[in-house]
Design a protein around this ligand. Structure first.
Ligand code: ADP
Ligand code: MG
Length: 248
C-alpha cells in the first residue's frame, strides 16, 4: 500500500487499479487507474459517454467491474455492495436526484441515517438529520415535501443524504447540471466547506469554471480511458484534452 508515500503519509483513501467495465461487447472503462488522497479534491471530467458515471458506479458499488481492484482505506472493496461501502465512509450523490416524494425533507435524511450507519440512530435521528440539513443550508425547508424544493435545493438534499453516512470520501456526480451561475457557486462553496471539514471529494462536472475552481487535481476520461491526471493548469494545456473537448 505504501508505494506512493509522497502522495500522503497515510497513503490514498481510495485507489482503483486497472478497472475495466464491459456492457455486453462494449468496453465502457478500459483499465483505469485512479487514486484519491485523504482530504483531496479531485475533478473527474470527460466528454458525454466517456465513462465517468460508470466509473463512479464501480467505485460506489452500483456496478462490479470485470477486471481491476478497488481499495478504500487500504482494504479491498471491489466486491462489496454499495451499502457496505457507505458504512465504511464512501458515499455518492446521484446525477438525477430521486428523493422519496411522500416523505418530508427531514425524513429523507433520516432514511440513510437509519440504514447507512454501522449503528442505526433510531432515537435522535431527527436531531442528527436536522444538523445535516443545517450543514447544507436546508434546515428552513426541513418539514416541507421535496416536491416543493427548487433545483438547487434538491441538489443540496442529495448531498445531505450522502452526508448522512458520515463519509470520508464523497463522490458528487454532476451535482450542478441545470443550475444558474450563482447556484453553481453555492454548490461549489458547499463542497469546499465539506472538504474543509475533512471530506475528500471527487467532483464529476461539465461546468469547467466550477471544476477549475474546485479541483486540486483533474483526471480526464475519454472513451473509457484515462488520458490525463494532474494539476488543473497542466491538464488543461494538454493537446489531447483540448482535442477531446473541441468535438463537444
Ligand atoms: P458519462 O457519465 O461520462 O457521460 P457513462 O458512464 O454514463 O458516461 O456512459 C459510458 C458509456 O457506457 C456510454 O456509451 C453509455 O451509453 C454506456 N453505458 C452506461 N451504462 C450502461 C448500461 N447500463 N448498459 C449499457 N451501456 C451503458
Ligand atoms: Mg454521467
Amino acid at each position: 500500500m505504501n508505494q506512493h508515500p509522497a502522495e500522503s503519509p497515510r497513503g490514498p483513501i481510495l485507489e482503483a487499479r486497472g478497472v475495466t467495465k464491459m456492457f455486453g461487447g462494449f468496453t465502457a472503462l478500459q483499465s483505469v487507474d485512479f487514486s484519491v488522497a485523504p482530504g483531496e479534491r479531485v475533478g473527474l471530467i470527460g466528454p458525454n459517454g466517456s465513462g465517468k458515471s460508470t466509473f463512479v458506479n464501480c467505485l460506489s458499488g452500483a456496478l462490479t467491474p470485470e477486471q481491476g481492484t478497488i481499495l478504500f482505506e487500504a482494504s479491498n472493496i471491489t466486491g462489496l455492495p454499495a451499502w457496505k461501502r457507505a458504512r465504511r465512509g464512501l458515499s455518492r450523490s446521484f446525477q438525477i436526484p430521486r428523493p422519496f416524494r411522500r416523505l418530508t425533507v427531514l425524513e429523507n435524511v433520516q432514511v440513510p441515517l437509519r440504514f447507512a450507519l454501522p449503528e442505526p440512530l433510531a432515537e435522535g435521528s431527527a436531531r442528527e438529520a436536522l444538523a445535516i440539513l443545517e450543514r447544507v443550508g436546508l434546515a428552513p425547508k426541513a418539514f416541507i415535501s421535496p416536491k416543493d424544493l427548487s433545483q438547487v435545493e434538491l441538489r443540496k438534499l442529495e448531498l445531505a443524504r450522502a452526508l448522512a453516512s458520515r463519509p470520508r470520501l464523497l463522490i458528487a456526480d454532476e451535482a450542478m447540471a441545470g443550475l444558474s451561475d450563482s447556484e453553481v457557486d453555492e454548490i461549489v462553496a458547499l463542497l469546499e466547506e465539506l472538504n474543509r471539514q475533512g471530506i475528500a471529494v471527487i467532483l464529476i462536472e461539465h461546468i469547467m469554471r466550477a471544476v477549475m475552481r474546485f479541483s486540486e487535481r483533474i483526471v480526464v476520461l475519454v472513451a473509457g480511458r484515462k488520458i490525463a491526471d494532474g494539476r488543473p493548469d497542466e491538464v488543461m494545456r494538454l493537446k489531447d484534452v483540448e482535442r477531446a473537448y473541441l468535438g463537444q
